[in-house]
Design a protein around this ligand. Structure first.
Ligand code: GDP
Ligand code: MG
Length: 169
């Protein structure tokens, strides 16, 4: 089986659930305690994805960046070499969706061919502030699949990462 390795960045505002989604996907764990990400953490997971002419063993290197403004100066070097990005918004905070366009611009500046997927996260909660029309309109613009995920319950997390994986091979 052919093996490939791809870098994927997690992008989205503070506390949308980026670190929690990585933890759920890689370790199948969730914690309600807030774990602040300092700088960058790289985790990896290998999945088998369909490709032509045969399946590929894909190792996804997940780069979890801190959302803090303090990292803006270093952001370009973290983003460089990304084959894709997982864009994460929090369904209870509408502005976390509108801000995703800025992250797309930043990554495209250094990785023009990057592929995207969108996690509309915290789907286990209610009182959603993100409008479906805004979410799917944005997704269509950047040609990205959307999944309503919950890092807490695990809902759609694996499906989302596998879909992004298929876009990378
Ligand atoms: P990050 O700053 O984007 O990395 O966000 P974190 O992963 O640290 O999560 C921020 C907070 O949201 C933490 O208290 C998490 O426990 C919580 N959280 C993350 N994902 C979910 C989810 O899917 N559902 C719920 N209810 N809480 C979540
Ligand atoms: Mg984090």
């Amino acid at each position: 089986m052919k093996s490939v390795s791809k870098k994927v960045c997690l992008l989205g505002d503070f506390a949308v659930g980026k670190t929690s989604l990585v933890r759920r996907f890689v370790y199948d764990l969730f914690s309600d305690r807030y774990i602040s990400t300092i700088g960058v953490k790289v985790s990896r997971k290998t999945v088998v994805v369909p490709a032509e002419p045969e399946v590929v063993e894909l190792t996804i290197m997940l780069w979890d960046l801190a959302g803090s403004e303090a990292f803006d100066l270093f952001r370009a070097s973290y983003l460089r070499g990304s084959a894709g990005a997982l864009l994460v918004c929090d369904l209870q905070r509408a502005e976390t969706l509108t801000h995703l366009a800025n992250y797309v611009d930043q990554i495209r500046a250094v990785s023009p061919d990057a592929k995207f997927a969108i996690a509309a996260n915290k789907a286990d909660l209610d009182n959603f502030a993100v409008e479906d029309a805004a979410l799917f309109g944005f997704a269509a613009q950047i040609d990205a699949p959307v999944y309503f995920t919950s890092a807490k319950s695990g809902e759609k997390v694996d499906t989302l990462f596998r879909h992004l994986g298929r876009l990378l091979v």
